[in-house]
Design a binder for this molecule. Structure first.
Ligand code: PNW
Length: 463
């Protein structure tokens, strides 16, 4: 039996937000119901060879039909907040024109049931499911898409602005721009360095336009935010060449979004590094001002650190526009998750220290952290996931240490509530703290769910 003394070793601030996170395409299913049309992820997952085992989000965790059941799971966990995303093609199927009432109704019911359960709704407007029609018109490399996104944001602000606690404009624009248009591992699967940089800029513009649209419709106490998967970049050595490799990845991985959003500027070194790809003439007067509309917090998704050295990677189909010939990625040492991602909680602490120093006055929220592991079904019927518990414990301890050292971290959202459609990996990777049997849609708490409920109840960690 567990012999831990019942003493809290890491107590979090009383107002700390404890949540779980999901995304529409990864859990909802009901891909063709109530007027929803295909997004780029429907098209991509139906293209042979793009997603492992040919998996799609057609059914996923069937959350569209199981909202009440899933909110009951969250009540059992005791979370204070729930981070979900809105599927743009459910609300505005062609990405233009009037909203579909049934799409709005679905999210209104979700939000109202959350509020009834005492759980704060944290809504992300874009978690990668662009209406296919907008991709057919050019997608994110096309400026018009940013304006369409601003319009969609005002529809959502009008529909739910009185009851959503936190709006997140975009989830991980780095993945959407550079994996979607750079190396093509994510939808829409295009491979062009220029397209990836254009997309990144239009995400910044879209974020600013949406922030403006939301600002006017917020209820008192509501907030606007942006979630980035910032790369915790470590140079392999202190050599000038390795430090320069780290600078390049920081520019095209982090500052490509941080500088426009928090400074209203483009990183000068990024413009230099990418001179062979573009002169950035797609950045028009006023864009950076729009992108830098003040926001209330920054969301950070963290899974593992990135170690780089001078060298070169594959020139073709890279998500690192302009850095391919100068940077080599090294495997970080130590244990790995089922994604083969290194487990290293120090990377999260390093990132939070950097943001404490670089973005003073900006409240931080961990909007995703978690790990994929294969579950072990105990003969007792319990789902054992000791590695996930160890991963989560170590990362929450790192957040706690960062708070003690002055980082203004307001909350933590565990990725993910449910096992779900893990993008290019399909259903082969399980991130949930609740096991989903995809044949029956039966949900079962894993040990990590019980552990997280205890952490939330205690307001911190115990040994
Ligand atoms: C994030 N990478 O995706 C997403 O926000 C989630 O939807 C996803 O399920 C989760 O992390 C786990 O993967 C990422 O290759 C996908 O650097 C890929 C990368 C990073 C984040």
């Amino acid at each position: 039996l567990d012999a831990r003394p019942d003493t809290t070793t890491h107590r979090f601030p009383a107002a700390f937000r404890w949540g779980t996170a999901t995304a529409a395409y990864q859990i909802e299913g009901a891909a063709a119901e109530d007027g929803r049309t295909p997004s780029i992820w429907d098209t991509f997952s139906r293209t042979p060879g793009k997603v492992r085992n040919g998996d799609t989000g057609d059914i996923a965790a069937d959350h569209y039909h199981r909202v009440s059941e899933d909110i009951a799971l969250m009540r059992r966990l005791g979370v204070t907040d729930y981070r979900f995303s809105i599927a743009w093609p459910r609300v505005q199927p062609t990405g233009r024109g009037p909203a579909v009432q049934k799409g709005l109704d679905f999210y209104r019911r979700l939000v109202d049931e959350l509020l009834e359960a005492g759980i704060r709704p944290v809504a992300t407007l874009y978690h990668w499911d662009l209406p296919q029609e907008l991709e057919d018109a050019g997608g994110w490399p096309q400026r018009e898409t940013a304006h369409r996104f601003g319009e969609y944001a005002s529809i959502m602000a009008g529909a739910l602005g009185d009851r959503v606690a936190t709006w997140t404009t975009l989830n991980e624009p780095w993945c959407a721009a550079f994996l979607g248009y750079g190396n093509g591992v994510h939808a829409p699967g295009r491979t062009s360095a220029l397209a990836s940089l254009r997309a990144a800029h239009h995400f910044n513009l879209a974020h600013g336009l949406a922030t403006g649209a939301l600002r006017g419709a917020l209820s008192p106490g509501s907030e606007v935010s942006l979630t980035l998967n910032l790369h915790a970049v470590r140079p392999h050595s202190d050599s000038a060449a390795d430090l320069d490799a780290a600078r390049r990845i920081d520019a095209v991985g982090n500052r490509v979004f941080l500088d426009p959003v928090f400074n209203g500027s483009l990183p000068e070194d990024l413009v230099r590094d990418t001179a062979a790809v573009t002169d950035w003439s797609f950045v028009l007067d006023g864009d950076l001002e729009t992108a830098s509309a003040p926001i209330d917090s920054l969301g950070i998704n963290y899974y593992s650190p990135t170690v780089v050295a001078a060298g070169s990677g594959p020139a073709e189909a890279s998500p690192w526009a302009g850095a391919e010939q100068h940077v080599r990625f090294l495997p970080a040492p130590g244990p790995r998750t089922a994604m083969d991602w290194p487990v290293d909680a120090n990377g999260l602490h390093e990132l939070l220290m950097r943001l404490r120093d670089d973005l003073p006055g900006v409240p931080l929220v961990i909007t995703e952290n978690g790990a994929a592991y294969d579950d072990y079904a105990d003969p007792s019927g319990e789902v054992k996931d000791p590695e996930r518990v160890a991963y989560l414990h170590a990362h929450l301890a790192a957040v706690h240490r960062a708070i003690e050292e002055g980082a203004d971290v307001r909350g933590y959202f565990l990725w993910s509530l449910l096992d779900n459609f893990e993008w290019a990996y399909g259903y082969s990777k399980r991130f949930g703290i609740v096991h989903v049997d995809f044949a029956t849609q039966r949900r079962t708490f894993k040990d990590s769910a019980r552990w997280y409920a205890e952490v939330i109840a205690r307001g911190g960690l115990a040994e």
